[in-house]
Design a protein around this ligand. Structure first.
Ligand SMILES: [Zn+2]
Length: 256
């Protein structure tokens, strides 16, 4: 696409409209990958493969139809099989909503679904995770995947999620974990995108979590269960659903 056409296109459609257009167009991409080798539990489609994706490219990562990643499919399988999301009435707050999961949840009439992001173009509700505009004890379920690595005041964000979670509610919090590092890495020297990329592996992270991520959630008052939910599946099922390698897919199940 030439620069001029790109500019016109961006003038006609805002970011939110473009994302919905992409989602519509993914159906044509999906047709190129027809097959039965892999299966996406979110959009319920079969393909010859998942697509390669990431700054450091990961094979078998992206669903050709709904754009879900490994971590989204792990979370969705847990919500379906363990949390019984299709069978209960629930009010849900979903930060930085991934479009595949968002589309599925919005179709479910048993759910009251709030998709929220600091960027109003990326969700139905603009919301700062450090100042959630809700009363205490409002949500049955909070989903927050790969957000806390980007939030300067992580402690405040965690306390806010705990505050608005119902006393019997569940917050599923996920992040990228450096499995080799027992401690979360934060460097005051990493200020520019290039320095952040060098320090954390992504240009917009403000920290790279280590194996202490669960302790950091617990330090703000959550009861935390760490669950590598991929491991309840056989190796062939992990491949079929494209569930990743673990560094990005561990579920931290947080309760009050
Ligand atoms: Zn899918």
């Amino acid at each position: 696409m030439t620069a001029l056409i790109k500019k016109i296109y961006k003038t006609i459609l805002n970011e939110k409209q473009r994302n919905h257009l992409y989602y519509f167009l993914f159906r044509f991409r999906a047709k190129k990958y027809g097959g039965n080798e892999v299966e996406c539990p979110i959009c319920d489609n079969h393909f010859s493969q998942f697509l390669t994706y990431g700054n450091v490219p990961r094979a078998q990562a992206l669903c050709p139809r709904c754009n879900s990643l490994e971590r989204n499919r792990v979370m969705w399988l847990y919500l379906q099989k363990e949390w019984k999301i299709k069978e209960r009435q629930a009010k849900i707050l979903h930060f930085a909503p991934e479009i595949g999961i968002e589309k599925q949840m919005k179709k479910m009439t048993n759910l009251t679904y709030i998709g929220a992001d600091l960027n109003p173009q990326l969700a139905d509700y603009q919301m700062d995770i450090c100042q959630i505009p809700n009363n205490d004890n409002e949500y049955d379920l909070i989903l927050c995947a790969h957000v806390l690595g980007h939030v300067p005041d992580e402690g405040k964000a965690i306390r806010e999620m705990k505050r608005v979670l119902k006393t019997d509610g569940l917050a599923i919090i996920m992040t990228v974990i450096d499995m080799k590092n027992p401690k979360t890495h934060e460097s005051s020297a990493a200020k520019t995108p290039a320095e952040k990329l060098e320090n954390y592996g992504e240009s917009d992270l403000v920290r790279l979590h280590g194996l202490d991520f669960g302790d950091r959630l617990a330090a703000q008052g959550f009861k935390v269960d760490r669950l590598d939910y991929r491991l309840i599946f056989s190796e062939s099922e992990q491949k079929k659903y494209g569930l990743g390698q673990g560094a990005r897919e561990v579920l931290y199940l947080c309760r009050k």
